[in-house]
Design a protein around this ligand. Structure first.
Ligand SMILES: Nc1ncnc2c1ncn2[C@@H]1O[C@H](COP(=O)(O)OP(=O)(O)OP(=O)(O)O)[C@@H](O)[C@H]1O
Length: 584
């Protein structure tokens, strides 16, 4: 701490001196950037970041025991030194004793409640039940219940923010209450359930049937479905919609509400996952996205083209240092028509056929967890690269883009691992065979690619990784480890698009920049619609890139929310410990 205040006072001193001198702005900035105190501050900042990630462990669990031993030793000393006497008076002060006692409680983790063991005789068919054990303290439970007239079932109606129930993360609105402390709530009035809660001592054991939330991976329109018992009772939904499934007892028709909705909104009929899977003939009313262009064959462009793509999962990158590089999306423009044709011949996505709904849960990233991978998706020219660059520039220590791999020779001034990971063709191909690349491609006879390891490296250092990839790469990145958050960058209205990009430059080859043509705008809008139609079930947020500065600020806030606020994620992304906790 003394070190930091020393550095800070020399900062103030240096800045004061600079102010008093007659210097140009560039000189001030140059001096500022090369000032030793700035480098010292950055070092301290990095150390603090490292420290934040390291979990401090106690040096010894019984500090108060040791202090007692020292206390005794000094007291038994014949003629203690003045330092020993000072230590004695320090150790006997009530504040230090209280501090040491608190230290020991933390060191021994002597603060968590001791939960009773799980009941031994859990029936097999209680798979979908959740047993929640809360320790009663003098705080209110923070949840309300309601009885459904007609069925007599008792549900959790509200979970109060910050209350015991909310903090446990185990009780949610809509959960059906089955038992409280071993007492079945069947036929009980809410007042009787509350009485059981009031009379409980120590721990409260709830048995609940959790509500199920699903993301639609297909579109459904009841009015076009001849098999629905009553089209008016059906709920229409589109890919990406969030559904609260309230009743799955019928194997053909479930009852669900589309979120967000009012608490009082009536549920509607939706086809069960099984019936959607079974009835392939229903493809006329439910559609799934087409598969991405996972062409494995070499795809040669015209000889005049600046870029030759071989295995086109996706070629990437070029230029300057990582994070500020231009994406290799130029290829997208040149081969756009070719790819559009190939995509119409692709077969439906197997995944969507097998999972018309994806079960989701709310996930809140904990401070010690790695950051979620941020994926930016958008049609070429919409501004994905510009937004990513600006975002990284805000704090390049924290926000980073993965360092790509290349087989091209290293140039003067470059450093392996900074601009690129320079590797041999054999190593690159070995990595391809081992599926180490998210995207890769060829440019002027050299291979370039973004590896999953490069993404992992950033995340492992506690930093935030931001990538822009082709939309079909989303599926390979959707893993429990990366928990990607996908932001779709959308163009503004046709008028605003042309107005805002009047002076903007696009790169039509790596040596030539030019302004947007009408054809570019039309292609951008068309491609954007195509991406949205095919991939919207994977989008967590849509950001309209109208005013650049405003879009950048919005992206910043979206990313903060993605990292720090609860978000819906596939249930399979929840950690096993969380799942176990849920089952308790
Ligand atoms: N909101 C905006 N207002 C004005 N100009 C913009 C805006 N967003 C991006 N631009 C400009 O549009 C041009 C294309 O943007 P950018 O290079 O980021 O596109 P991209 O989506 O990454 O496409 P590519 O695949 O070609 O790299 C750039 O000159 C950029 O500065």
């Amino acid at each position: 701490m003394a070190g930091i205040s020393e550095v800070l006072s020399s900062v103030v001193e240096d800045v004061g001196k600079a102010l008093n001198r007659d210097m140009s702005g560039a000189q001030v900035i140059q001096q500022l950037l090369s000032a030793p105190w700035l480098h010292a501050l950055l070092k301290i900042y990095e150390c603090l970041l490292q420290f934040q990630r390291l979990k401090p462990s106690p040096f010894l669990p019984f500090a108060s025991g040791l202090s007692y031993e020292i206390f005794n030793a000094i007291q038994n000393t014949h003629c203690p030194s003045p330092e020993a006497m000072e230590l004695l008076s320090l150790l006997s002060s009530p504040h230090i004793q209280a501090l040491l006692s608190s230290h020991d409680s933390v060191a021994q983790s002597d603060y968590g409640p001791i939960l009773p063991p799980l009941p031994e005789d859990l029936p097999e068919d209680e798979e979908a039940m959740r047993i929640v054990c809360l320790v009663k303290n003098n705080q209110p439970l923070g949840a309300t219940i309601k009885k459904i007239e007609g069925t007599g079932e008792i549900y959790i109606a509200r979970v109060i923010h910050g209350g015991l129930a909310e903090r446990s993360g185990l009780l949610h609105p809509g959960d059906l209450l089955v038992e409280v402390n071993g007492n079945s709530v069947e036929g009980l009035e809410p007042e009787q359930v509350i009485q059981i809660l009031i009379n409980s001592q120590g721990t409260i054991l709830f048995k609940v049937i959790p509500n199920v939330y699903m993301r639609a991976m297909v579109d459904y329109c009841p009015l076009q479905d001849s098999s629905i018992p009553c089209p008016d009772a059906g709920t229409a939904f589109c890919r990406g919609d969030l559904l609260e499934v309230l009743d799955q007892s019928d194997s053909y028709w479930w009852q669900a509400r589309k979120l967000p909705c009012e608490e009082s909104t009536c549920a509607g009929l939706i086809p069960s996952a099984g019936s959607l899977r079974r009835c392939k003939q229903r493809e006329h009313w439910w559609h799934q996205p087409l598969q991405g262009h996972t062409c494995i064959r070499p795809c040669k462009l015209s000889p005049s083209s600046a870029i030759i793509v071989i295995k086109t999962i996706n070629p990437c990158l070029i230029l300057s240092s990582a994070g500020f590089r231009r994406s290799f999306r130029l290829w997208r423009r040149t081969s756009y028509r070719k790819r559009r044709q190939s995509c119409t011949t692709c077969s439906p996505n197997r995944n969507a056929l097998s999972t018309p709904y994806e079960e989701v849960v709310l996930y809140q990233r904990l401070p010690q967890d790695i950051h979620r991978l941020i994926i930016l998706i958008g049609a070429t020219g919409v501004g994905v690269n510009e937004l990513r660059k600006r975002f990284i520039k805000m704090n390049p220590v924290i926000f980073q883009a993965p360092v790509p791999h290349t087989t091209r020779p290293i140039r003067a001034g470059e450093q392996s691992g900074r601009e690129y990971h320079f590797v041999s063709k054999e190593i690159f191909e070995y990595m391809v065979c081992n599926h180490r690349f998210v995207e890769y491609g060829e440019y002027k006879g050299q291979l370039y690619g973004t590896s999953t390891d490069a993404i992992d490296d950033i995340l492992k250092q506690g930093r935030m990784c931001i990538v822009d990839v082709e939309p079909h790469s989303i599926q390979s990145l959707r893993t429990k480890k990366l928990k990607p958050y996908v932001v779709f960058i959308k163009p503004p209205s046709p008028e605003r698009l042309r107005q805002t990009r009047r002076d903007a430059q696009i790169t039509s080859s790596y040596t030539l920049n030019r302004t947007f043509t009408e054809e570019d705008f039309v292609e951008l809008e068309h491609m954007s619609k195509l991406i949205e139609v095919k991939y919207k079930q994977f989008f967590d947020r849509v950001l309209v890139n109208d005013d650049l500065q405003a879009a950048c600020m919005q992206l910043c806030s979206i990313i903060q929310q993605a990292q720090n606020q609860p978000q819906w994620v596939p249930v399979s992304w929840k950690s096993d410990t969380e799942k176990k906790k849920k089952k308790r």
